[in-house]
Design a protein around this ligand. Sequence first.
Ligand SMILES: Cc1cc2nc3c(=O)[nH]c(=O)nc-3n(C[C@H](O)[C@H](O)[C@H](O)COP(=O)(O)O)c2cc1C
Length: 413
Amino acid sequence: MTADFVYWLFTGMGWLAGLVFLLLGVMFVRDLTQTHSSVRRNFPLVGRMRYFLEGQGEFFRQYFFAHDRQELPFNRATRSWVYRKAKGLPGTIGFGSTNDLREPGSIIFVNSPYAILESDLHCAPALVIGPQCCHPFVVQHIVNISGMSFGALSSRAVEALSIGAAEAGVWLNTGEGGLSPYHLKGGCSLIFQIGTAKFGVRDAQGQLDEVRLRELAELPQVRAFELKLSQGAKPGKGGILPGSKVTAEIVAIRGIPEGEDAISPNRHQEISNPDELLDVIERVRRITGKPVGMKTVIGSEIYPQQLVAAILRRGAVSAPDFITLDGGEGGSGAAPQALADHVGLSLSESLPLLVDVLYQAGSAGADSDHRLGQAGDLRPGRLGALCRCRFCRQCAGVSILTGLHPVAAVSSE
Ligand SMILES: Cc1cc2nc3c(=O)[nH]c(=O)nc-3n(C[C@H](O)[C@H](O)[C@H](O)COP(=O)(O)O)c2cc1C
């Protein structure tokens, strides 16, 4: 090592150290003089560590500290099981379950002492939704894909769900963002959701466009319609897709002006009571000739009781063909945290409550043949409710579970 080299090495390091100190000095002064963050103002430079560590904490907790069964909505054990099945690997485990079966609300299926032989297996009977409609919808499976709109999901995610749904023979709900070409890609059965902004079936004033509705109903893939009243993650709140994300493609699909925020109102303008709800359901059914259901989250038994009272008064023909019940804990592309955390009953409470109201109505003379759907996932505490429900819907996981298109449903909203 020559003396020159040592000289330049130390000089370089000196400059570097000087630059670092200068940078830290600038950051120190900026922290001290800025007025946005009290942490940085009171603890210049050091305060910045807080944000850095908080950001990293999420990853450290997930990889090092969270137990296999700890996280929500899906814990590591469940995720690993899904990943394995999606790759066609066996779902078997060695030794005992790490699931704490003693936990109150833990899901336990009641086994039969005389298990069914493989040779005696037969498919569950088909369920006919809207048998009185011109075009009833015959469903074969109890697990289907709940609504997640194009816009909230990327085109690739919607396409993967469509192809996965077709291969699994289940239906896919479009969500409230209208019908995109990606929904049609796989050729699966679709339920078209009519959200509060009526994206995809609205006229220039945001009212229901009967011509567009009829055109959609003519598509054989669209098997039924669902009127969305509310969603578990944000009951009583519409949504907003910022103008920057309202691309030409979204404009064409949703029927809205380009570049402007796409706002969903908090409710359908023309629905403010059970009778108006049943009016709209009857109207959509008359125009489309296909089954029409509704999606809601509930906060107490009062609202379903009022709905049932209106159906009893008007006659069973006015009833929705199916009801999709979302739990207050349900997911969303974007929801205000206060609503997601605190508004609307969880599915484990609301499903038995709604089923009870419908059963009572059945004994009081209403059409007891309601098709009741659940828009959430099976989590501990929901079994009791599920046992009495006719079919259930499972979002996001279905294409993964088929193992054919393991593309996660990625939110781009
Ligand atoms: C990304 C994303 C987008 C969604 N978009 C809609 C939608 O357009 N319409 C709707 O009724 N529900 C929507 N949902 C809610 C789901 O349909 C479903 O009700 C909810 O995710 C079920 O709860 P879970 O997340 O506990 O399974 C969305 C959920 C997610 C995760």
